[in-house]
Design a protein around this ligand. Structure first.
Ligand code: C2E
Ligand code: MG
Ligand code: MG
Length: 655
């Protein structure tokens, strides 16, 4: 007696699985699509299997019963044999081996043929069975009989299993251990059930085992929630990282378009979660349908915070480049959302990857991720699509990737140096102080502190760098060289991270004691960002340092959201007007802003430094505005300590 219940359970299992796949929108991307094909194939096989068994065991006689049985058995063989092909495709997709199969080269074609030939032969044999009866027959009592060539089915299944396992072993590096074990277990289930059914044909367990294997794969290998955002159904950054890594492991050429919603951060803060998700979904839908219109097989990812990537495998880079231009022009800028109408702006970047090639824009996975997250910071975006094709932009990318190790090396080997830029007093007509500015040379070229200070803040080396700055400035101020310059004090920049250091005040105080210098010889420059991001610790540090006698400057005034309350409440001695004021000085509106701001600060008894003065004309303008101090290339660029001392010496002689 045949046990039909296993097949019935298989049908129920697979139906539930398919409903879950559609309900959770896990239908995007090749991997999900192939998995869905396997599920449908398994369902059709199970239904045919069920019909065959039912007709033989439970159904009474009816006209053409033998024919119906013959047809359903034939279909069962067609679908069932396809399962192994689909499994092979699935393994090829998750290991990225599919790319080799897709390749337009002869190798690709041969591989595709090899992959399909056994199955097609088998299908031909199954169809021929209608006349030959070599695989199975149905007798006049509607009973099924195996025939010798049924063994060919097993041979084909064996070929595909071996093929799948070989791909899995060869490309195992593209998968985590847990996923390899999960797929191995899936094969184990499939193979063992075939054996059980071969030796005990009445125990129809094959389809049941397949349904269990599918569930196991869905939970352990697919893990769709890990790779997709459940609200929008879009692939996420984890998926991008996984697929990106595979590019390098398999040395596949590719081109990637990165898109950033320029005002994405503002929108994320301003909109509620549902509305923001609705916006992302709209942009996603636009890109997906644009890809479809152009018949392009690009995979779209939403990385995070309004950053997208589209991955095109293969070396058809011209098409993706053209698509990038089209996107920049056509991406929708106004969106009618449920409750609100919003506008979006975009930066688009097109990049290429080719293994071991100079044309490649990125050479490692790390470079790829730096590009994904920073392309618009590395190259200043204009109105065109950003491309990293010239040598300079490639070098900038390289610097972004290697900055951590450059900084680590610089900290360990003491490669930083302090430069000093003179500050001129308009009232006293002399150089009264200098700003200490850090310098780092790499491969004979300077790396801008505007670039490496934020990087050091991210990787934590900023504290060691800050300590170096404090120590060397104190050393300089304590030296005879400094005394000979006749300068009153030195200004030094405190980074945001330093301002957050608990115990900064005592550290600076102890340093000045160690070098025997008084607190009025140091002026500490802080920025508005520092005040914003570390209010309490910052205030404690400032208060304590003020008590020790140190004075403070507010650096880069006018570049942030200048908050007058801060200027009033903090013990600031100096306000440093940023060089952007100087650049705009010919604008009559700016002149009003400048004049009034300077007057206001003066009334509050603040001293004013203007930075970025490059010409005599600017010097005159700002002296007339009643600024106290002037700093800029007009006097001198920042100089190494000895050059600076000689410069001051010369200046005094000429004055
Ligand atoms: P900042 O503190 O506002 O420093 C002034 C910047 O303006 C310096 O750039 C200086 O070289 C530049 N500058 C001065 N006069 C002129 C001019 O006439 N024209 C132009 N175009 N530029 C001028 P630098 O040295 O590249 O430093 C950039 C920023 O990096 C600094 O801005 C500061 O925020 C940061 N930084 C520099 N050294 C240190 C440091 O030792 N510690 C910390 N935490 N930050 C530093
Ligand atoms: Mg400064
Ligand atoms: Mg400044």
């Amino acid at each position: 007696m045949r046990v039909i219940y296993f097949t019935l359970c298989a049908i129920i299992n697979i139906v539930v699985l398919i409903i879950a796949i559609y309900a959770r929108k896990f239908t995007h991307g090749t991997q999900n699509k192939v998995f869905l094909v396997i599920a449908w194939d398994a369902l059709l096989s199970s239904v045919c299997d069920f019909v065959c068994t039912y007709l033989q065991v439970y159904a009474g006689d009816f006209p053409h019963k033998a024919t119906v049985l013959f047809v359903s058995t034939t279909l069962y063989f067609v679908f069932r044999n396809f399962t192994m092909v689909a499994l092979c495709m699935y393994v090829s997709v998750i290991t990225n081996f599919i790319y080799v199969i897709n390749e337009k080269s002869t190798r690709g074609k041969i591989l595709s043929l090899i992959l399909l030939v056994p199955y097609l032969l088998n299908v031909a044999l199954i169809i021929a069975n209608i006349w030959t009866g070599w695989i199975f027959t149905i007798d006049e009592n509607s009973l099924y009989h195996r025939q010798p060539l049924i063994a060919f089915n097993y041979v084909v299944a064996f070929i595909y299993t071996v093929f799948g396992i070989v791909v899995l072993v060869a490309f195992h590096k593209t998968l985590s251990k847990s996923r390899i074990y999960a797929i191995a277990f899936m094969y184990f289930l499939a193979i063992s059930s075939v054996f059980i059914q071969f030796f005990y044909p009445h125990l129809l367990v094959e389809m049941f085992a397949t349904s269990v294997a599918l569930f196991e794969t869905m939970i352990l290998v697919q893990r769709p929630e890990e790779l997709t955002d459940s609200n929008t159904g879009m692939f996420n950054i984890t998926a991008f990282r996984r697929h990106g890594k595979n590019l390098f492991l398999n040395k596949n050429p590719a081109s990637i378009i990165f898109i950033r919603i320029t005002n994405g951060k503002t929108l994320l803060n301003a909109l509620d979660y549902e509305t923001y998700t609705e916006l992302l979904s709209k942009i996603n839908d636009f890109i997906v349908s644009a890809l479809r219109d152009q018949k392009l097989r690009g995979q779209l990812y939403h990385l995070q915070k309004g950053r997208f990537a589209i991955l095109f495998k293969g070396n058809d880079t011209e098409i993706s480049s053209f698509f990038a231009d089209r996107l920049l022009k056509e991406l929708p800028q106004t969106h009618e959302l449920t409750n609100i109408k919003v506008e979006t702006y975009y930066h688009v970047c097109h990049t290429l990857y080719e293994h071991n090639s100079d044309c490649s824009d990125f050479k490692s996975f790390k470079e790829l991720m730096v590009l994904a997250e920073n392309f618009d910071k590395i190259l200043k975006p204009g109105k065109e699509v950003i491309r990293f094709q010239d040598q300079k932009s490639k070098e900038m990318l390289k610097q972004n990737v290697t900055i951590d190790s450059i900084l680590m090396n610089a900290v360990q080997n003491n490669l930083f140096e302090m430069y000093y830029q003179p500050i001129y007093s308009v009232i006293e007509h002399r150089i009264v102080s200098a700003e200490a500015l850090i310098r780092l040379k790499h491969d004979g070229k300077f790396i801008s502190p505007e670039f490496f200070i934020p990087a050091a803040e991210r990787n934590g080396l900023i504290h060691q760098i800050g300590d170096f700055v404090l120590e060397s400035v104190c050393q300089f101020v304590a030296s005879d060289k400094f005394k000979e310059t006749g300068l009153d004090y030195v200004e030094l920049n405190l980074s945001v991270a330093q301002c957050m250091e608990i115990g900064l005040a005592d550290k600076i105080h102890q340093l000045t004691e160690k070098y025997g210098i008084s607190a009025d010889k140091l002026n500490l420059e802080i920025t508005e960002t520092a005040i914003d991001s570390s209010a309490n610790t910052m205030l404690n540090n400032i208060q304590k340092l003020s008590e020790y006698g140190f004075s403070f400057s507010l650096d880069d005034f006018g570049t942030g959201y200048s908050n007058i309350k801060r200027v009033v409440t903090l013990p600031l001695k100096i306000i440093k007007f940023d060089k952007t004021f100087v650049n705009e000085v010919n604008n009559p509106q700016m002149q009003i802003v400048l004049k009034n701001n300077i007057e206001m600060m003066k009334e509050m008894k603040k001293e004013i430094v203007v930075e970025g003065i490059e010409t005599n004309e600017m010097l005159k303008v700002f002296s007339d505005y009643n600024c106290d101090f002037i700093q800029g290339f007009y006097f001198s660029k920042p100089l190494p300590v000895d050059d600076f001392c000689s410069w001051v010496d010369n200046w005094k002689k000429q004055a």
